[in-house]
Design a binder for this molecule. Structure first.
Ligand code: 6PG
Length: 248
């Protein structure tokens, strides 16, 4: 297994542990370099963490105006669509923490030109990090990820083209199994992160978590196995239900 596994009693305990890690990483990054860069996960699980960060004690523990918010992936929808990861984050915490709009970098999922929208987002990453998009990827301080029951993470879905992208930082990824297109940070960007934190909860993830962590390496079928940012920088925060099939 790559990374460090932390098993918590229940989902609430996962969120509290993730909030404490978030605060710790944020304060270290802000102390060291004056800002904290985060790539947010979508779906439903992380909403519990996002809402928790707006409450005491966590709300008062971070200089929120020094955080740059990015998204690990986005659906092909606009910012007000119920499916939008940006909308979920905006409603769960961005509005509540009065995050300055210029610090929130959303993916233009509504775009009619998917490749241009992906390139534009890569450009926004490059500008924030003072890099060139044809060079090495940025080191995002914290990448939050979830995992689907099919083993996908971000919008790196099984057997899709984005899994093999090693040059571009952001791509529009056709996902035939969902009859849709998704925008996603690519493996080089995710693996360049200073810290990657998976939050995985519920018995419905138990089988796939066991396969990803303990099964044979099959990254085309289990894209979460592609995430390997380096020792000590990959954290798996799971609850007992999700861990219930693990042998180790
Ligand atoms: C998305 C997410 C996606 C998510 C997984 C797990 O856009 O849906 O970025 O990768 O993390 O689908 O979602 P849950 O944690 O809600 O099960």
């Amino acid at each position: 297994m790559i990374g460090t596994l932390h098993v918590y009693e229940n989902e609430a305990a996962v969120f509290h542990a993730a909030a404490e890690k978030f605060v710790s990483l944020a304060n270290s990054a802000i102390a060291a370099g004056g800002r904290f860069t985060v790539a947010l996960s979508g779906g439903s699980t992380p909403k519990g963490l996002y809402e928790l960060l707006t409450l005491d004690p966590y709300r008062g523990q971070v200089a929120w105006d020094k955080v740059e918010w990015f998204f690990g992936d986005e659906r092909s929808v606009g910012p007000d669509d119920p499916e939008s990861n940006y909308r979920m984050a905006r409603e769960a915490f961005l509005l509540k923490l009065a995050v300055p709009p210029e610090r929130t970098h959303r993916i233009a999922g509504e775009s009619e030109q998917p490749s241009a929208a992906a390139a534009q987002y890569a450009g926004e990453l490059a500008q924030t990090f003072g890099l060139a998009t044809d060079g090495p990827p940025p080191t995002i301080d914290l990448v939050l990820l979830g995992m689907g029951s099919d083993g996908h993470t971000a919008s790196l879905f099984p057997f899709t083209a984005a899994l093999n992208e090693r040059a571009k930082w952001v791509v529009a990824n056709d996902v035939p199994q969902l009859h849709t297109r998704r925008y996603t940070l690519t493996v080089p960007v995710l693996n360049a992160a200073a810290c990657v934190l998976f939050m995985i909860t519920g018995v419905g993830k138990a089988k796939v978590l066991q396969e990803v962590l303990e099964g044979p390496r099959e990254p085309e079928r289990l894209p979460s196995q592609l995430i390997a940012p380096g020792d000590g920088r990959l954290l798996w925060y799971v609850d007992r239900a999700a861990a219930s099939r693990l042998e180790s």
